[in-house]
Design a protein around this ligand. Structure first.
Ligand code: GLV
Length: 325
């Protein structure tokens, strides 16, 4: 097929790639693992468009080696894998996929919260290992969710969707954010607090900040030491937002009481990571936005962004609109 040359870094769910293939000279990396670095660099050299995933690093080296690139579309809401400043300096549009995954991701954050609070994964292991002998009034006792305090770090779209769920569960809601969010305060009774209060008061602390230089290790040894012994940390943002070594240490010492993580550093987590040896930790393989419907929508959105950038138009969801001013 004639048209602009684009490279797509993985097969995507749904029918989005059929549309892209019909409009471009598409080269598709079909293997289940991400393209190795040398392949990505070589493909980027002559591509006008790149459709990437959060596993693909679009950094200065790649951008400086690219001859005709003008549209980069990341199939994720997060874009910490992309050097946006260098893209902007080179006039390359960058798109992402916000909005469509908000509720799906919030559902999963809540699934982790509930699974951790009520020890669902430990219970499943207990049964499969043949330990279930009788109804036991003291067996696998967990924490109540209703009436508990949920602390939400980052009250963007996903944080707000988590707050709405928490409100439905009768929780007290605290949050930190750069700006006040009066609408969510009014809708859910949420209260904006300082970081120390967020940590001290949490029965559940859930992270919804993007990964930036400022939020790297936003939760470290100091922060973990401020949490209640029985509290649970939930992370569906990015692994490096938490200092993972400090978390393992803190969990071993019993404060906080558990963690439920959809993201780790690195991804995949090393099989000898101390977190994997702890019974009070749940780890999922970065699947929070992974419903069939949402992933197909994300793929469609990523294709729409890519095509707009190739036409020289501002992508519908653009993280560097200044390219078009
Ligand atoms: C997934 O982590 C995303 O950023 O969409």
């Amino acid at each position: 097929m004639a048209g602009p040359r684009v490279f797509v870094a993985r097969k995507l769910p749904g029918t989005a790639l059929e549309r892209l293939g019909a409009r471009t000279a598409m080269r598709l990396w079909e293997a289940p693992l991400p393209p190795p670095r040398d392949v990505l660099l070589a493909e980027a050299r002559d591509a006008e468009g790149l459709l990437t995933l959060l596993t693909d690093r679009v950094d200065r080296e790649l951008l400086e080696g690219s001859l005709v690139l003008r549209s980069v579309s990341n199939m994720a809401v997060g874009f910490d894998n992309i050097d946006v400043a260098t893209c902007t300096a080179r006039g390359i549009a960058v798109g992402n996929t916000p909005g469509v995954l908000t509720d799906t991701t919030a559902d999963f954050a809540f699934a982790l919260l509930m699974a951790g609070a009520r020890r669902v994964v430990e219970g499943d292991r207990f049964v499969r290992e043949g330990h279930w002998k009788t109804w036991d009034p003291g067996l696998l006792l967990g924490q109540d969710i209703h009436g508990a305090t949920i602390s939400i770090a980052g009250m963007g779209q996903i944080g707000q969707a988590v707050a709405r769920r928490a409100h439905g569960f009768g929780m007290r809601i605290l949050y930190t954010d750069e700006i006040p969010r009066p609408e969510i305060d009014q809708a859910t009774g949420a209260t904006r607090v300082d970081k120390d209060t967020l940590l001290r008061e949490a029965d559940f602390l859930t992270l919804h900040v993007p990964l930036t230089r400022e939020t790297r290790h936003f939760i470290g040894a100091r922060e973990l030491a401020m949490m209640k012994p029985a509290s649970l940390l939930i992370n569906t943002s990015r692994g490096p937002v938490v200092d993972q070594a400090a978390l393992a240490e803190a969990l071993r010492a019993g404060q906080p009481g558990g963690a439920a993580l959809d993201v780790t550093e690195p991804e995949p987590i090393a099989m000898d990571d101390p977190l994997l040896a702890l019974p009070n930790v749940i780890i999922a393989p970065h699947i929070a936005s992974g419903s069939r419907v949402t992933r197909a929508k994300m793929a469609d959105m990523a294709v729409d962004n890519l095509l707009a950038g190739l036409r020289g138009e501002r992508p519908p969801h653009c993280v560097n609109p200044e390219v078009f001013t």
